[in-house]
Write a protein that binds this ligand. Structure first.
Ligand code: THU
Length: 128
């Protein structure tokens, strides 16, 4: 049974590790694999701006690079009042790397969480 609240807490905690000196906008994520392993991510910015990687992608890339490909849930949190809305690039990556995942989008303290899916986030997404 998925403990959604706990996964969201991990995403909120991962915001602490954001490297966001340019935007000041901290994002955290936590991907849960089917074997119970968890992979946190935070946004990592760069002075060249365009090389910035979002928290969602860091978490999913960590999971995949550790051989965990069956992602059952992904929680994302940011320092905002309403549930964070993943960028278009992350929606494309989530659709491919975690197509069946339950996606939990949280605000800064977990008081507002939206429960959605990769297909709902990106209908008609690009696939090869
Ligand atoms: N960001 C994420 O990490 N995830 C999102 O879903 C939205 C945006 C980051 C990228 C950048 O470091 C900062 O938030 C502002 O865009």
């Amino acid at each position: 049974m998925l403990d959604e609240k706990r996964l969201v807490e991990k995403a909120i905690k991962a915001m602490e590790n954001a490297y966001a000196p340019y935007s000041g906008f901290r994002v955290g994520a936590c991907a849960l694999a089917s074997d119970g392993s968890e992979f946190t991510g935070s946004n990592i910015e760069n002075a060249s701006y365009g090389l910035t990687v979002c928290a969602e992608r860091v978490a999913l890339f960590k999971a995949y690079s550790e051989g965990k490909r069956n992602i059952v849930a992904l929680a994302v949190a940011a320092g905002v009042d309403e549930p964070v809305s993943p960028c278009g690039a992350c929606r494309q990556v989530i659709l491919e790397l975690a197509p069946e995942a339950i996606v939990l989008l949280s605000n800064r303290d977990g008081s507002k969480v939206m429960r959605t899916s990769p297909k709902e986030l990106l209908p008609y997404g690009f696939k090869l």
